[in-house]
Ligand binder design. Structure first.
Ligand SMILES: CCCCCCCC/C=C\CCCCCCCC(=O)N[C@@H](COP(=O)(O)O)[C@H](O)/C=C/CCCCCCCCCCCCC
Length: 218
């Protein structure tokens, strides 16, 4: 297994990821894009620590994160502070390819939708991990969560490649160790906090996208 230090040169911590998703929600349920992206960065760091076989997955996540970071740091960055403001701005200004790919193939709305779908996979996977037994197979949990969510949006070739990558996932004890939380009980407790929080962010985004007919962006 590769070294568990990430590009920022410190170890993955589930607590940090959790904190990003926690603070990404404001009291009035607006989702901070910067914090959302920070949560994904933490997850990518975790995935990178699992080995090169996951590179094709993390590369795609990194490129999507980068597209959103570019919007955040760009001249129209003030419109990208929350997911809600991004949707409003891009729709009002015709910046989204709604039915087929055209002049805006990498809009913020479309890019975030891909990560949003992956967030559902994460929610399902973490819940399976939380309730699993010590000898539970992470590969099966991961595949089941994937088949129930993200796979519906992927072509055959990606589904095959993802399925092969899942087979080499480390076992539950190694997984828990890499999370850097402490004892198994602590990991389970933290997952108990993480899952509802991720679920809430997912639901708010899902509702927003549904209201604006954005759930099938090409
Ligand atoms: C808390 C610790 C435990 C969990 C740690 C999980 C770490 C997960 C980190 C990143 C997850 C990957 C997110 C992947 C985003 C995929 C977005 C997507 O669907 N992209 C496809 C469509 O994009 P466009 O072509 O329309 O632009 C793209 O085709 C996908 C390419 C790559 C394959 C994606 C396979 C996704 C499998 C997700 C499971 C990851 C398993 C990691 C196991 C730790």
């Amino acid at each position: 297994m590769a070294d568990s230090t990430g590009p920022e040169n410190h170890k993955f911590s589930l607590q940090e990821v959790l904190d990003s998703f926690r603070v990404c929600l404001s009291e009035d349920e607006h989702v901070s894009l910067e914090r959302y992206v920070a949560g994904w960065r933490g997850l990518v760091k975790f995935m990178n620590s699992l080995g090169n076989v996951f590179t094709f997955i993390s590369k795609d996540a990194v490129s999507k994160i980068q597209i959103l970071v570019n919007f955040l740091n760009g001249e129209n960055g003030s419109h990208y502070v929350t997911i809600q403001s991004m949707v409003k701005y891009e729709l009002e200004n015709g910046l989204v390819d709604v039915s087929k790919r055209g002049t805006h193939p990498e809009s913020g709305c479309r890019t975030l939708l891909r990560l949003h779908r992956a967030l559902r996979w994460l929610e399902l996977f973490l819940e399976r991990l939380r309730i699993s037994k010590e000898d539970g197979k992470t590969s099966v949990m991961c595949a089941d969560a994937y088949n129930e969510s993200l796979s519906q949006h992927h072509p055959w070739v990606i589904r095959k490649a993802a399925g092969m990558a899942f087979c080499v996932l480390p076992g539950r004890p190694t997984f828990f160790e890499v999370m850097n939380v402490g004892s198994t009980e602590k990991v389970v407790e933290m997952l108990g906090e993480a899952v509802p929080m991720i679920s809430k962010v997912y639901k708010i985004t899902e509702d927003l996208y549904a209201q604006n007919n954005l759930l099938e962006l090409p």
